[in-house]
Design a binder for this molecule. Structure first.
Ligand code: DI6
Ligand code: FE
Length: 401
């Protein structure tokens, strides 16, 4: 069999849905042609490959390249000062209501040019890549005007050109109410639906549409309008739901066949049932839970019982989760939310791909998928979840190289 590259002598955690657990193959071999996996299996059963390059993995583990399915990587400035205020006992919501929070990042984001936004985001992206990330979702949501939301999404797209990584973009215009619409949230939602979504769709700048369903964000009625506009432009939706309170955002997300509902600390039984029925992925964000010192964990056992797919992400953002380590997000998923090692690893690979609508393309080591790999210097996969602040990545492969 002719191929471009073959990796031999590897232990494979394939995460293939039709194999139990991590889908482990010992003494594995993986072959790639034109950026796609063409063979995965035990070396003993494999055909003979004629490859331009053969890599001896010396027994190392290979997992699918990691996927971070929820980030706000593009933003101006930082919020270290608000962090200090919170250490002095101001709460996240108090700071948001007094004009800080998302709005302070909006001001810095509007002040930055597109090049500057790219330059500020690249070190964050590089930190993710250094841990084996091959796909990352990036949201807008700190521009909050037509001009600055388009600028943010263009910056996000450019990240995918500047680095060897797949970037999917999400339009999050309904993230917070900008000052010029104070007292008129419905007027802002009009702008989102009538001008921003059509412009974003016309330029092909977003792969999905998201919103923040919360007391300090937008109501379900407002978000319904956003979702209807997204649907009219053929864009799938996602939702920040049930993070600080329960507004039944998950039920709304399920009604629109959302790819994912994210956060979910305050998710209730009705939300879980609706998500299970509609196949909505639960994307959990333990970095935000940790950083704002939440005490109520998402209902993981009930999600499991209902068969809802669970993904994990960094939620990298300046206010509630200045986290650029998906390995640490896995550790937090396990320690704070009691996810198993298997769930954590599936959460940043197979299930994360689902949360982005990319399950056919990446997230598992299977013939036909993109050859996105992370090769690790570890003895067992649990080490990827167990250690804190240590990076055992040996090599990363994106689309075969
Ligand atoms: N939920 C969050 O945790 C972030 N956005 C959202 O909708 C917070 C964003 C920020 O504080 O800057
Ligand atoms: Fe978020």
């Amino acid at each position: 069999m002719l191929c471009d590259r073959v990796w031999r002598n590897a232990r494979l955690a394939t995460l293939a849905a039709d194999r139990p657990g991590l889908g482990t193959i010992n003494g594995g071999i993986l072959a790639c042609s034109e950026g796609r996996i063409v063979y995965v299996g035990e070396a003993a059963d494999a055909p003979t490959f004629e490859a331009a390059e053969s890599v001896d993995c010396e027994g190392r583990w290979i997992t699918p390249g990691l996927i971070d399915p929820h980030t706000h990587l593009v933003f101006g400035g930082d919020r270290a000062h608000e962090f200090e205020l919170r250490l002095g006992h101001a709460t996240y919501e108090e700071i948001a209501r007094s004009g800080g929070g998302i709005i302070s990042t909006m001001t810095a984001t509007r002040a930055a040019g597109e090049d500057e936004l790219v330059a500020q985001a690249l070190p964050r992206l590089d930190a993710l890549i250094a841990e084996g990330v091959t796909t990352v979702e990036v949201k807008s949501g700190y521009g909050l005007s037509l001009q600055h939301e388009l600028k943010s999404l263009r910056a996000a797209r450019r990240l995918g050109e500047a680095r060897r990584v797949t970037v999917t973009t999400t339009f999050l215009g309904a993230h917070a109410l900008p000052a010029e619409f104070a007292g008129d949230p419905d007027g802002y939602i009009d702008l989102v639906c009538r001008e921003m979504i059509p412009a974003v769709a016309a330029e092909g700048l977003a792969d999905a549409v998201d919103a923040f369903c919360e007391g300090i964000g937008f109501t379900p009625a407002q978000i319904r309008r956003v979702f209807e506009a997204a649907r009219a432009h053929g864009l799938p939706v996602k939702l920040h739901a049930e993070q600080l309170s329960n507004l039944s955002g998950a039920v709304l997300a399920a009604e629109f066949g959302a790819l994912s509902a994210d956060h979910l600390e305050h998710l209730d039984a009705a939300g879980i049932a609706a998500m299970a029925k509609a196949g909505v992925v639960a994307t959990l964000l333990p970095g935000a839970f940790y950083f704002v010192r939440e005490t109520r964990a998402p209902p993981v056992q009930a999600l499991r019982d209902a068969g809802v797919a669970i993904a994990l992400a960094t939620d990298c953002n300046p206010g509630t989760s200045p986290l650029t380590s998906l390995l640490l997000a896995m550790n937090m998923g396990a320690t704070l939310f009691r996810l198993t090692v298997e769930e954590c690893l599936a959460g940043v690979t197979r299930e994360a791909a689902k949360a982005l609508g990319r399950a056919g393309d990446t997230g598992a080591l299977e013939a036909g998928k993109r050859c996105d790999l992370a090769i690790w210097d570890i003895e067992r996969p649990a080490e990827l979840v167990y250690r804190m602040g240590f990076n055992p990545l040996h090599a990363r492969v994106w689309r075969g190289l």
